[in-house]
Every structure is written in structure tokens, then in C-alpha cells.
Design a protein around this ligand. Structure first.
Ligand SMILES: Cc1cc2nc3c(=O)[nH]c(=O)nc-3n(C[C@H](O)[C@H](O)[C@H](O)COP(=O)(O)O)c2cc1C
Length: 157
């Protein structure tokens, strides 16, 4: 398996879970970087309206990658506009499996996972599994169990 973990993280929590997962499944990581300074109020509105926002150039072609993991924080019950942009730019995705790792302030609906699924299934990708971790479990270290189970599931597919 040649997996890739792609994540966006403004304050480090999603980065912590994404890099922990990547280590466990032997994946490369890509961090999505906004092209300009983040304005939170504007970004939240863009997230709510499912809009895209420019990102710095990064690898968006999945040639040579056979499993994709998207790790994203929740913004305004959905996902940040930078993640929407990354997903819209993806190429070479047809027929490949993907997993979703959601990191959020507090428990809530499956909407963020559904948003990622909708965008990637439009590209012909196949949803395999998802996991959700709350911010306080990242800070206490409790996230490790969830990441381990999620990683085991990815490796067994
Ligand atoms: C603009 C904005 C909107 C957010 N909206 C939600 C939300 O709707 N639900 C939720 O559970 N957390 C929400 N959060 C909290 C983040 O998901 C949480 O702080 C997460 O840990 C941030 O990840 P990071 O440290 O990788 O940037 C929001 C955070 C920001 C900045």
C-alpha cells in the first residue's frame, strides 16, 4: 500500500492526529497551506457556504498513491475552505479508496465527513472508513487509541 495523508491544521490539533496516523500506516503527509493570511470570520462563512479559498501549490496528483486519507478540522459544521479547494484540485483519484479523519472542538453531526465524501465520490473515489476525534482528547493524549484503531482498519483493507 502507498498511502498519503493530507491535512489542514491552523492551531496544530489536526496536525498531531494526522502525523500520528501517517507514522502508523507508513504514509507521506501533505499539509494544506492557505495562500494568504486566514481571516477566521470570513473563513467560517466560506466554510458554511461550502466555498473554496486559495491554497499554496502542493501535490494534488494521486499518481503512484493508492490510498488517500483526508484529515480535517470542523469549521462551521463543515470543513475549511482550504480543504474544499484541495479536494477540488485532486487529480488521478478515479477508483481509489479514501478515509476521513475529522478533528473538532466538540462532538457533533457527521456532516464534515459527508462533505468530504460528496466531493471525493464525485471524482470516482471510494469511501472506506472515518473516525472523529475531539480537541480535548488531542490535548490529553487520549486520541492515540482512536488513531491506532483507525490505522489498523486502514492497514487491514
Ligand atoms: C472558524 C472556526 C469554526 C469552527 N467551527 C466548529 C464547529 O462547527 N464544530 C466543532 O466541533 N468545532 C468547530 N471549530 C473548532 C475546531 O474544529 C477545533 O478547534 C479544531 O481542533 C481545530 O483544529 P486545528 O488545531 O488543527 O486547527 C471551529 C474552529 C474555527 C476556527
Amino acid at each position: 500500500m502507498t498511502p498519503l495523508v493530507v491535512y489542514y491544521s491552523r492551531t496544530g490539533h489536526t496536525q498531531t492526529v494526522a502525523t500520528s496516523l501517517a507514522k502508523k500506516i507508513g504514509a507521506e503527509t501533505i499539509r494544506i497551506e492557505p495562500a494568504s493570511r486566514v481571516n477566521l470570520a470570513f473563513g467560517a462563512m466560506e466554510a458554511l457556504m461550502s466555498m473554496t479559498s486559495p491554497i499554496k501549490p502542493c501535490r494534488t496528483d494521486l499518481a503512484g498513491i493508492d490510498t488517500l486519507v483526508i484529515a480535517t478540522p470542523v469549521w462551521a459544521t463543515k470543513i475549511p475552505p482550504y480543504v474544499n479547494m484541495y479536494l477540488s484540485l485532486l487529480t488521478g483519484a478515479e477508483g481509489k479508496p479514501f478515509h476521513v479523519l475529522v478533528e473538532r472542538g466538540s462532538p457533533g453531526s457527521d456532516r464534515p465527513t459527508e462533505v468530504v465524501c460528496h466531493l471525493l465520490e464525485k471524482k470516482g473515489m471510494r469511501f472506506m472508513s472515518s473516525a472523529t476525534i475531539v480537541e480535548k482528547d488531542v490535548e490529553s493524549g487520549l486520541y492515540e487509541d482512536t488513531v491506532r484503531r483507525f490505522a489498523d482498519g486502514i492497514l487491514s483493507k
